[in-house]
Design a protein around this ligand. Sequence first.
Ligand code: E4P
Length: 217
Amino acid sequence: MKFFVDTAEIEPIRELAATGLLDGVTTNPSLIAKSGRDFMEVTREICGIVDGPVSAEVVALDHATMMKEAEVLRKIADNVCIKVPLTVDGLKTCKALTSDGTMVNVTLCFSANQALLAAKAGASFISPFVGRHDDNGFDGMDLIEDIRLIYDNYNFATEILVASVRHTTHVLQAAKIGADVMTAPPKVIHDLFKHVLTDKGIEGFMADWAKTGQSIL
Ligand code: E4P
């Protein structure tokens, strides 16, 4: 499963990229606003840190303007992935962009039927929001299971990008279902490394090693 980080903050992206485990970045208008940075400038900077897809979202709601915005965004770097909302205009834009080889991430997906439409529109990625789905009394992971089943039924190439990830259990469940990608805030990715018994084990080994009076170097 590929790991994307869901942020527009440069330092956490650099830190995670340095682990060699980061496959891409997702941003959205709220994350750009939170960063306080210029959209084009920060997106360009992020694209220079990771080789994988960096999602940059259009903000227009109509197809014609979405196309114009996508034209500007895709010039930022080769690894820009245009993010469009799951609307009629968004999917028209997706179809037009992917037909000419541009990567597209269809966002704000909350049903398997929406995911089916996105795949038919040639989306590179579909982003079902599991956390927001859970918040509204649904089971976000049921949605991922349904989409996996449908995409496998028809061999759709669209990658399932599990979004709105809130905790490490979401990551585990997404991996068990066979999602292609997950995007999570930096904290959730850092939490994946942690286990109390790992810390305790290291503490014990260090204490015993100190008693030997030896050094490796
Ligand atoms: C994904 O592309 C979105 O940016 C993101 O995962 C939304 O997450 P949220 O529900 O925590 O805002």
